[in-house]
Design a protein around this ligand. Sequence first.
Ligand SMILES: Cc1cc2nc3c(=O)[nH]c(=O)nc-3n(C[C@H](O)[C@H](O)[C@H](O)COP(=O)(O)OP(=O)(O)OC[C@H]3O[C@@H](n4cnc5c(N)ncnc54)[C@H](O)[C@@H]3O)c2cc1C
Length: 352
Amino acid sequence: MHQSVGVIGAGVAGVACARTLQNAGRGVALFDRGRGPGGRLSTRRAPIDDDLTIHFDHGAPAFSAASARFSAIVDDWIELGLCARWRPRRAVWRADALHAIENEPALIVGVPTMGAICRRLAEGLDIRSGANVELLERIDGGWLVRMTDSDGQASAHGPFVCVVVAAPPPQALPLIALHAGELAEQLTKIEMRTTWALMLRIEDPTPEAPDMIEIEGDPVIERIIRDDAKPGRTPDQGHSRWVVHATHAWSAARRDHSQRQIVDELAPASLALLGRLAGRPIDPAQTRHAAAHRWGAARPMNPLSADCLFDRELGLGVCGDCFEPHAGASGVEAAHLSGLATSERLLKCLEA
Ligand SMILES: Cc1cc2nc3c(=O)[nH]c(=O)nc-3n(C[C@H](O)[C@H](O)[C@H](O)COP(=O)(O)OP(=O)(O)OC[C@H]3O[C@@H](n4cnc5c(N)ncnc54)[C@H](O)[C@@H]3O)c2cc1C
């Protein structure tokens, strides 16, 4: 058997884990059912015409670093040109009024898109995209990864000495439940928020509205981000691009709606709100592009206070943003640190 590891999920957690293992000289195969690495840190392309393709960061719009360890990692990413600091004009919309948020630390964004971060970090890794892993099978004390590719072709890979599942609980559970009841039990406690994200391109630069607005007390919309205000974005003359996140309650109630239905309902509500934020109405006829994406497991509501789940006997790890490796670390930071922690445990296990 090869001294190798199979990693399921090429979001920021899986890529961090795989990269560290490979740098330590281990063989790693990374599987992701998406078209490339990134997961929730990805970017949607929208071709407008022959000469113009616009982009929207429809998952995480930006992130921050609470711990010294992740701050140092982010500094390296900035130095390498993967990321840049962003100081958006921030505000809260509360009781029909804008309240500016000032003196907040800068946020971090990928350049030229959020999707570029995992793409760059995954360079040189053995990654199989369009690989939907359906089953992890125990064989001779190791692991066989059974997957179906985007053409529906089934195949088995391995055996691997260890496997890491770097996917959110709803996708991780069916893979590990057969083998590790206690780990699965812990994952079932984590609830994930559903978020519908709306991507809007408007023929109006609307300079009056802030770049990132948290909406309080609205049943439909919880956050609006001006996507083209981030550093390193391609200018889009005379237009502005916005990503709107709907609330969990609104999104969960429309879990099975089509993207069209969501655009029809959320776009007018978003334009009306943007108009109020900008202090003048925005004509819906100025919409030049509108699309929606549903994140069924956008963010954990109750992450576990641990850096990962790990069963040394089985050689099985679970990582991702459903863990809180440091107090206050969430989202991208939690996912990355969790991926690193899993790789460190695996290396100890493989060296023993
Ligand atoms: C709308 C939205 C807003 C957000 N806002 C912020 C924010 O402001 N700040 C912040 O820090 N974070 C934010 N986040 C969260 C952040 O994006 C995530 O915490 C982080 O990207 C999670 O990374 P991950 O690697 O744990 O999981 P993911 O990125 O979900 O990666 C998991 C990967 O596993 C793959 N996968 C799953 N099941 C299988 C399978 N069976 N076979 C093969 N592949 C599989 C998926 O395709 C995916 O690529 C936001 C997320 C969303 C959706």
